[in-house]
Design a protein around this ligand. Structure first.
Ligand SMILES: [Zn+2]
Length: 568
């Protein structure tokens, strides 16, 4: 800790030259500097300079449940094996926010800010000014680079900074790059000052970026796209990694399970639907472990293209692997498909670690891994375990609300501006114009939602902006997910083990229940003591710790548990 403080003090001095120092800061520095001088005398403290990594590799595994690390531990041979054996593994990590979706999760991971302060309340939300739904990484002011088809994106909506942003502020030679199959998962962890964020384009199988980061696509990106790597998977089938079917039965159960996918393609081997250049092919490719292999291939080029990890100015690479999410949604967490995908991911991560260490040197890379959310098991599997699980269509909720409003306020129209089944934005002007009371409209919607038996609680905006009730453990999760100008006027909480979806099968996430909140957190690298830690933590704590491991004066923000003393 003392060593870290010394680094902080010297960096703070560089970043704030004496004339602009506030009195308080000057007093703080005066207090820290002599302490550092004293601490430099005794020998045993590890030398900070050599412990500082040349490269930070932050790995988000989309929809990775914490139990995946433990359940398949005997089968891992490469990257996941190293993380479990050589890493500090936090086994009791839960998101503290209610909106367990991909956008919010990725926004927290490298920033430490909850949606209540970053504004990233969902993958989409209703923009009251534009009067339409917007995507978390929408930005009409930027151009797409790397392809002439598809949508550009940026972190414009992200009201936060990341570890990478803070690193670049204090060390301008440091580079920060984010990659993923999903735009939001590449963009949000990398941050607002990143040198580049690159994502897969489902329209044509290319990797793209936007003019937020650079004026034109770099040569290495064009050359990589010219290889048409996605097209190379045409005709390939997804086979199981292990030859022995008994292992799959033992660790995952039967291959054919009711409730998987569209009940057609639910046993191995799986073929990729469609052929290039059809959208169906590029979309279907995401549902196989080939997507993560392809991301690795791309990440290696990005590391070369941005020259990451080759000097003492620490660089950051964030990767988000998306196959676990698409496969999890399609087949569920207990499927042979997800098990096999994790065995593929184990190998993919092993290669990633080799590549990163080949560039920066072994012992010079700090790895961290977590996920953006967990997921609910398949309803059909939960039922077999005797759990009262329900698969329902979200239109049930919308219909109940419409009917209740029509019955209570006959002839009234346009009371709801945006009818997301779990979050309702009211049209206040329409309510007033028709001489209605807002509280009565809210209460009618609340009763209708709870009356379906699918929703267990509904909060109003006034409640979420008010004080915490004493006896509601969910309240803080909803409050952390609430951002006044973007959240709904009514926020519903789905009952535990209810899955809302419009498909025949599959499962998902997004609730404040533990199965959606629990994720792995692992740190591995120089100075990190291996072994499990059962302290209560959450992804909100990662950035605060990671920032200070890099010698940054990183603020606590929405973090709760200090992981730094637990890592040594
Ligand atoms: Zn996700």
């Amino acid at each position: 800790m003392i060593v870290a403080r010394r680094v902080n003090a010297s960096m703070t001095r560089r970043r704030f030259p004496t004339p602009v120092l506030s009195l308080a800061r000057a007093v703080l520095l005066a207090a820290l500097v002599p302490a550092a001088g004293v601490s430099a005398q005794p020998a045993p403290a590890p030398p900070a300079a050599s412990a500082k990594p040349r490269l930070v590799v932050f790995i988000a595994v989309d929809q990775m449940r914490a139990e995946y690390l433990q359940r398949f531990k005997p089968l891992y041979q490469a990257g996941l094996k190293r993380l479990v054996e050589e890493g500090a593994v936090f086994t009791n990590a839960m998101y503290r926010h209610a909106c367990t979706e991909t956008g919010p999760g990725h926004s927290v991971l490298m920033s430490g800010r909850s949606p209540r302060s970053s504004g990233i309340v969902g993958n989409m939300w209703y923009d009251r000014t534009l009067r339409q739904r917007v995507n978390v990484v929408d930005d009409p002011a930027v151009r797409l680079l790397g392809s002439d088809r598809g949508r550009a994106a940026s972190p414009a909506y992200f009201n936060a900074f990341t570890v990478g942003d803070m690193l670049k502020a204090s060390s301008p030679a440091s580079k920060v790059v984010g990659v993923s199959f999903k735009d939001r998962a590449a963009i949000l962890p990398a941050g607002r000052r990143a040198d580049g964020a690159y994502w897969y384009q489902t329209t044509d199988g290319r990797f793209v970026t936007s003019s937020w980061y650079m004026e034109r696509a770099p040569g290495w990106l064009d050359r990589w796209n010219a290889r048409r790597v996605a097209d190379g998977y045409a005709g390939r089938t997804w086979q199981r990694v292990l030859q022995d079917p008994a292992s799959y039965l033992r660790y995952a159960g039967e291959d054919e399970v009711q409730g998987e996918f569209d009940s057609k393609d639910n046993v191995f081997p799986h073929s990729i639907r469609g052929t290039p250049p059809a959208f169906e092919f590029y979309d279907s490719l995401r549902r196989t472990p080939f997507a993560d292999e392809m991301l690795l291939d791309f990440a290696v080029e990005a590391m070369k293209g941005h020259d990451l990890g080759t000097d003492d100015a620490t660089d950051v690479l964030t990767l988000s692997f998306s196959a676990t999410d698409v496969i999890g949604h399609t087949y569920g967490p207990d499927s042979q498909e997800q098990m096999d995908n994790l065995l593929h991911l184990d190998r993919t991560l092993g290669k990633l670690m080799q590549e990163a260490e080949a560039r920066a040197g072994r012992g010079k890379v700090l790895f961290a891994l977590s996920a953006d959310h967990g997921s609910m098991p398949l309803v059909e599997i939960l039922k077999k375990r005797g759990i009262d699980a329900v698969r329902a269509d979200s239109s049930e909720l919308s219909r109940a609300v419409e009917e209740a409003l029509a019955a209570r306020f006959p002839g009234a129209t346009g009371l709801i501006a945006d009818p997301d089944p779990m979050e309702y934005v009211l049209d206040q002007a329409a309510i007033e114009r028709q001489g209605l009371k807002r509280e009565e409209v809210e209460e009618t919607i609340r009763r209708a939602l709870v009356g379906t038996g699918l929703v267990e609680a509904v909060y109003t905006r006034a409640q979420l902006m008010g004080p915490k009730p004493k006896d509601d453990p969910f309240f803080d999760r909803h409050q952390r997910a609430f951002f006044a100008t973007r959240s709904g006027d009514l926020v519903a909480r789905i009952r535990k083990y209810v899955y809302l979806g419009g498909y025949v099968g599959g499962t998902g996430h997004g609730s404040p229940h533990d199965y959606d909140r629990q994720v792995p957190i692992v740190f591995m690298g120089p100075g990190i003591r291996p072994g499990p830690r059962d302290v209560e933590t959450g992804p909100e704590d990662i950035a605060w710790a990671l920032g200070r491991l890099l010698g940054l004066d990183y603020p606590q923000q929405d973090s709760v548990t200090d992981l730094v003393p637990l890592l040594k």
